[in-house]
Ligand binder design. Structure first.
Ligand code: PEP
Ligand code: MN
Length: 261
């Protein structure tokens, strides 16, 4: 069902007045929701740049059980409130199949993270709601496995799926993951689903944000996902890769100047 052979036209995923799969879009926001003030500061910057979709994690899949695990439902409530104040739409990760049904109360797009790309019960649950799903590629998933994961969702009836290339594990140590730029044109060829590139979790650093965002869009990506925090050094997660507000403005300016937005 996700293959282009079966469905030659591009799937357009509609979120509010944003059509993902037509012209490139930006999804930006903090790694984790930490407070209403933190999310509001970022939201204000997004609105100033014309960005319509805010991201932020409330349920955080952390490598160490001792690291900040996210604010849970409280975090989703903060996101919803701030997004409504600023006229934004919310993208946030859900990790528990039991939460998929209640998620649409707070979020406009349900994110399924890399670590859950093959959590088949979560994928099946995601297939049963009407809310768009943003599915991230697994840490060591092939493109075929990624597309089969999307197939789990679409085959249960939810056709509104956005794929996110976020880098895969390789032996390279100077980046957190290796951005598989080839996945973009290959998936666009094989599938009709929109493809977005996460320039934060792929790189794990922010000094290369502008060139990788340009490369992703030049390769045909339908958008970019990036982490933005008011004060990255004190962030409760992913401090090294989150852009501050000035860096985010520079990224947007560079992409507008290159006519991507
Ligand atoms: C995220 O986007 O918040 C995240 C945890 O990313 P990933 O699942 O790609 O590691
Ligand atoms: Mn993160």
């Amino acid at each position: 069902l996700v293959s282009r052979d079966r469905h030659p036209e591009d799937t357009i995923v509609t979120v509010g007045d944003t059509e993902i799969g037509k012209k490139p879009i930006m999804i930006a926001g903090p790694c984790s929701v930490e407070s209403e003030e933190q999310v509001s500061i970022v939201a204000k910057s997004l609105v100033e740049q014309g960005v319509k979709l805010i991201r932020g994690g409330a349920f955080k899949p952390r490598t160490s059980p001792y690291d900040f695990q996210g604010l849970g439902i409280e975090g989703l409530k903060i996101l919803r409130k701030v997004a409504d104040n600023y006229g934004l739409k919310v993208v946030s990760e859900i990790v528990n199949p039991a939460d998929i049904e209640i998620a649409p109360e707070y979020v406009d797009v349900i994110q399924i993270g890399a670590r859950n790309m093959q959590n088949f019960e979560l994928l099946k649950a995601a297939g049963q709601v009407n809310t768009p799903i943003l599915l991230k590629r697994g840490l060591a998933a092939t493109i075929e496995e990624f597309l089969f994961a999307a197939e789990y969702i679409v085959s249960r009836g939810n056709t509104q799926v956005i794929l996110v290339e976020r880098g895969i594990r390789t032996y390279e140590k100077w980046t957190r993951n290796t951005l598989d730029i080839l996945a973009v044109p290959i998936i666009k060829q094989e599938s009709h689903l929109p493809v977005i590139v996460d320039i934060s979790h792929s790189a794990g650093r922010k000094d290369v944000a502008i060139p990788i965002a340009k490369a992703a869009l030049a390769a045909g990506a339908d958008g970019i996902m990036v982490e933005v925090h008011p004060d990255p050094p004190v962030a409760l997660s992913d401090a090294n890769q989150q852009l501050d507000l000035n860096e985010f403005n520079s990224l947007m300016t560079a992409l507008k100047k290159a006519n991507f937005f």
